[in-house]
Design a protein around this ligand. Structure first.
Ligand code: DAH
Length: 338
């Protein structure tokens, strides 16, 4: 038995020394110390030996077992180190590589202008309301004093979904939806996406508008002028002149378009302002009595003003962008400039 043990020991030590990889070292462990190994059956058969031989054989088996376990552990450490050396030599861990920088995101210029415009009106006491992008024809047109087949419907190149359902062409339908549900006094802004069959350097089929309206007793055109002048000065700068020009919208009477002094030539006349010195920024007016009637407000008791503006247009003028598509292409070289 002693001889048998010695033989196993030397074979095992040799196998451990010869192992070139972690898997082959584990093979050696299973072969010599595993459950079904010769060594283990010797351990189990200790009880079959004559009683006086047991202590000596047992002690020998234990010493050999400890020896082999130590040899396995030491070899494992050597192989692990070799593995790591190989990986480093193969360049898998190149500690000289530069780190991956974290790039900072920017807020999209359209969002920036929308947030700035909303902020100005919120500070003036307006509150935010929203309406659906898919709108009923009634709210987009009829309720706003634009009857079916009226030529003024041509002002909006409408995308219809079915007979009486469409993609809203402006944010003005939110006026009707809010007034239908609530009573004056109201000071509301309605930001959102709008849709038109339009596509060129300054028009996109999807763009953003900011609508606003204020209804109370004794609201005058002076209130409209004061509010919008303050807004435009905050958006374009205090030094910019503002003018109100007579216009027409079915839902306001009288109506005015509001111009700001050209941002490029400061009023001298250039290509951008087509030599007028002025840039058209928004539509506005005193809410038409027919609109009040549609929401069952008494036009003798209440008056109000309303306005609507295109956010893309304001962003283009503020940032000097000459093609609206740049806002939607998500080219980082463009977006990083804001
Ligand atoms: N809804 C108009 C448009 O899309 C803009 C507008 C003009 C809104 C006058 C108004 C307004 O509230 O009073 O062209």
């Amino acid at each position: 038995m002693q001889e048998k043990i010695k033989q196993i020991e030397s074979e095992a030590i040799q196998a451990i020394n010869n192992a070139q990889s972690l898997p082959s070292l584990d093979d050696a462990r299973v072969r010599f110390l595993g459950k079904n190994s010769e060594f283990m059956s010797l351990l189990k058969s200790l009880g079959d030996l004559p009683i006086e031989m047991r202590p000596q054989a047992g002690a020998l088996l234990n010493t050999v077992k400890t020896k082999l376990e130590n040899a396995l552990r030491d070899k494992k450490i050597v192989l692990l180190q070799q593995d790591q050396q190989k990986k480093i030599a193969a360049g898998k861990i190149d500690v000289t590589l530069p780190g991956k920088g974290i790039r900072r995101g920017k807020i999209h210029p359209i969002t920036q202008v929308m947030e700035e415009a909303k902020g100005i009106f919120l500070r003036l006491g307006f509150e935010i309301a929203e309406g659906p992008d898919i709108e009923l024809e009634y709210y987009n047109f009829d309720g706003l004093n634009i009857p079916p087949h009226h030529p003024s419907r041509d002002m909006w190149s409408t995308l219809f979904i079915k007979d009486d359902v469409l993609l809203r062409t402006h944010t003005s339908p939110v006026q009707i939806r809010v007034m239908e549900k609530r009573k004056p006094p109201l000071a509301i802004i309605a930001p959102g996406r709008v849709y038109r069959r339009d596509y060129d350097a300054t028009h996109s089929p999807v763009f953003h508008q900011l609508e606003g309206f204020l209804v109370d007793q004794h609201v005058t055109f002076g209130d409209l002028k004061g509010t919008l002048t303050e807004f435009l000065r905050q958006i374009f700068g205090k030094d910019k002149n503002v003018r109100f020009r007579p216009s027409f919208f079915p839902f306001t009477e009288p109506s005015a378009e509001v111009d700001v002094e050209c941002v490029m030539c400061s009023g001298k006349g250039c290509r951008l302002c087509k030599d007028t010195g002025w840039l058209e920024i928004l539509g506005s007016g005193m809410i038409d009595p027919n609109v009040f009637k549609a929401v069952s407000y008494d036009p003798e008791k209440y008056s109000g003003f309303a306005f609507g503006m295109g956010i893309e247009r304001i962003a283009m003028l503020k940032f000097g962008v000459d093609n609206i598509r740049l806002f939607y292409e998500n080219d980082l070289r463009f977006l990083e400039q804001f």
